[in-house]
Design a protein around this ligand. Sequence first.
Ligand code: SF4
Ligand code: SF4
Length: 283
Amino acid sequence: MLDSRNNYSKIITWIVTLAVGGATVMACFSQTYNTQSIIGLCIAFLLLSIIGLSFKTNTIQNLRPIILLSSLIYFGFVAGGCNCILFYFQGFILFIIGETDFWLSFVVIVTVLILSVIFGAIWCGWICWLGALQEFIFQQNKWNLLKTKQIRTILVYIQTGAFVALVLWIIFTQRPVLCAYDPFVSIFKIRIFNWIGYITVPLLLISSLFIYRPFCRILCPIGWILYIVKFIPFAAKLKLVECVDCGSCNTYCKMNAIHGKQVDKTCIMCGECKKEGCSAIGI
Ligand code: SF4
Ligand code: SF4
């Protein structure tokens, strides 16, 4: 029974990978709408599927810093950080309320959701250039605030409130409101566009020094959605099977997502907890 389920899931994951690979090739030959963005996205989704398929191997884990750095350099600094996941989220909401020009955003967010159900929150842990920027700034050995469960529960409430407020703001204004205030675009373009940027850019950079991925944990709407996705019973998520509660994995988890023998829903599937080679960690 278990074997046939595993085979079934392998077939699905290979179909998804081939479909995304095919889309990448098609996009490369396409000269239509926003071709460059589509190619970039297809590559990102292809990469996500490959990481998902090989998540358990050490080889892919060792490549994580390189993958994150490449994403940061290419999608962030070379592409200028625009058309990021925050833009697509806003376009997704606008498409739902009838702005059909934002069809690409709808496709992107639905694809991220489907891939997250199949592979877990790999987008956040491995691909997202906004997360990568915060991760490279973080000084892991000196500071690690927000460790306690109570504080992290409060953060989830704050993130929920921010999500609802953002959705309402987009619906009422009918435009991608965040773009004018997005500190990531200012950092990637190395240019501050308005006075708000003089507050948000230093705030993001300084808080990222002391807190692991502060934007992801407090404000990001995609981070919140991928948190909610983990409530779906069949969605992929990290599990500790036959864990002896030695705590070694916990020392590597900068999200502080491991509590005893449980992994909570803030896990971003970075896989860093596998570094000790613990066989109890699985999906
Ligand atoms: S939470 Fe948001 S900003 Fe952070 S890695 Fe995920 S999508 Fe990117
Ligand atoms: S439990 Fe922590 S270290 Fe392990 S994959 Fe999740 S976020 Fe990463």
